[in-house]
Design a protein around this ligand. Structure first.
Ligand code: NAD
Length: 476
């Protein structure tokens, strides 16, 4: 039996409690035992990080580059093995698992380069003979709280910039995916990063999360997860004047116009709505389709979605893996019933499938209205809807009629509509003739409205969150 211990102040520990890590494709497959940290262990990790950060803040760009580059190199070299572990514990298909592991490696490589490029600014003062310079400094200890749906990429895209800019990290990964977090911590522990600069403290969010958030030695919290948890994290951070960044849910629209290439549109919608079992914050759960193409689109989508192969995540023929756990599967099936009760037509899927795992057939609904619960609330599973719109203007209005604003897409061959949509849709990321999910690792990620709070993650924009600016005045 494999153990997935925590890394606290540079020491591996299973602590006093552990929980099984179960494969959602086959619940008889127990992948290992994962340490469940106590409040005391969280406190120890934070104290160790606070001490270690003092020296790490003085590290040279070369030292930071070397550490981040070494982590990225090892992840990329082991992407198949890491991707397999990821698919086994999270349930996304093997190519998606390997792709995510590769992306984590690329993120570390990107921030290795950024460590060499952290620039300040210098201006002449408005007062004669005085110079002003502005530099970015580390925050101190940064607490990272991550969800289960990207078990290695999200910890990577928070950890890499935090370390790059001279901070120490305490990572609390999601309970469902301790193996990937452990594998990342294992690689980091052998990268040359001084002990204590990175700690992994897995455990129950409601128990040890508040210890991290309220701790006086934690300067900032970067959180990705549900709106409900995010709201409580933000409130606690505000009371303690902590810097906070939240990435939360989505109800991402994909607009399909009459002039769209049908094949491109169906490809983008099937991928955006159902790949990774629809468990992506950027999933296109609402397809808004104009009248002229509606019937053809519904027919082509129903055919494509019905043909998707659901099965064990690590089976080569699988396109859609299991849902993460029983609770999420019940929630997905409950939304299928809610949609039916609201008058939506189930075009295909929406049923629990036989097997030892948490499988359901991808559900596609037609004849839905945007004000239905199924179109306003995040399901976070393989459940998507189609809404008919009169024309582009109505489609845009429907796309924006949501409390979320993470990603939005449009399929069109019209430059005029594509350009107008990019300028007027209320979302942090816009995709033209591409799925709403699937982003690059070197550019900013984040949304508007109820989807995100605080500054952007990833790319060079990550420096906004992981540094603070100091302005110095010098009279020569
Ligand atoms: P969740 O909110 O249940 O959990 C997220 C993390 O918060 C976990 O590590 C959990 O242990 C921790 N947590 C729980 N209670 C806590 C508390 N009281 N204090 C501190 N931490 C606590 O979310 P989830 O179910 O793991 O993930 C699914 C959600 O994540 C979806 O809503 C999805 O849209 C969102 N998500 C958003 C993005 C994005 O970038 N916008 C990316 C992936 C997932």
């Amino acid at each position: 039996m494999t153990n997935f211990p925590n890394l606290i102040g540079g020491e591996w520990t299973m602590g006093t409690q552990s929980v099984p890590n179960v494969n959602p494709s086959d619940t008889a497959d127990v992948i290992g035992q994962a340490a469940r940290a106590t409040a005391d262990e969280m406190d120890q990790a934070i104290n160790a990080a606070h001490e270690a950060q003092k020296d790490w803040a003085k590290s040279t760009p070369q030292q930071r580059f070397d550490v981040l580059d070494a982590i990225g190199t090892e992840i990329l070299a082991r992407k198949e093995e890491l991707g397999d572990l990821l698919s086994r514990e999270e349930g996304k298909s093997l190519p998606e698992g390997i792709g995510e592991a590769a992306r984590a490696g690329q993120i570390f490589k990107f921030f290795a380069g950024e460590a060499l490029r952290l620039a300040g600014e210098r201006l002449d003062s408005v007062r004669p003979g005085v110079e002003v310079d502005m530099r970015r400094e580390p925050l101190g200890v940064v607490g990272l709280i991550t969800p289960w749906n990207f078990p290695i990429a999200i910890p990577a895209w928070k950890t890499a910039p935090a370390i790059c800019y001279g901070n120490a990290v305490v990572l609390k990964a999601a309970e469902a995916v301790p193996g990937s977090a452990w594998a990342l911590a294992d690689i980091i522990s052998r990268s040359g990063l001084p002990k204590g600069v990175f700690s992994l403290v897995n455990g129950r969010g409601s128990e040890i999360g508040p210890v991290m958030i309220d701790h006086p030695k934690v300067a900032a919290i970067s959180f990705t997860g549900s709106v409900q948890t995010g709201r409580s994290v933000a409130q606690a951070c505000a009371v303690n004047f902590k810097k906070v960044q939240l990435e939360m849910g989505g109800k991402n629209p994909m607009v399909v116009l009459d002039d769209a290439d049908l094949e491109v549109a169906v490809g983008a919608c099937v991928n955006g709505a159902f790949f990774s079992t629809g468990q992506r914050c950027t999933a296109s759960s609402r397809m808004i389709v104009t009248e002229g193409i509606y019937d053809d689109f519904v027919a082509a989508m129903t055919k494509a979605v019905s043909a998707l192969k659901v099965g064990d995540a690590r089976d080569a023929s699988t396109q859609i893996g299991p849902v993460i756990d029983e609770r999420q599967l019940e929630k997905d099936l409950e939304y299928v019933e809610i949609a039916k009760a609201e008058g939506a037509t189930l075009a295909c899927g929406g049923e629990r499938l036989d097997g030892n795992g948490y499988f359901m057939s991808p559900a596609l609904f037609t004849d839905t209205r945007n004000d239905m619960r199924i179109n306003q609330e995040e399901v976070f599973g393989p459940v998507a809807t189609i809404i008919k719109a009169k024309d582009y203007d109505e489609a845009l209005a429907l796309a924006n009629d949501t409390e979320f604003g993470l990603s939005a897409g449009i399929c069109t061959t019209s430059l005029k509509y594509a350009t107008h949509f990019k300028a007027n849709v209320k979302a942090g990321m816009v995709m033209v003739n591409l799925p709403t999910a699937g982003v690059d690792y070197h550019v900013p990620f984040g949304g508007t409205k109820g989807s995100s709070y605080g500054s952007r993650e990833q790319g060079r924009y990550a420096a906004e969150f992981y540094t603070t600016v100091k302005t110095s005045y010098t009279q020569a």
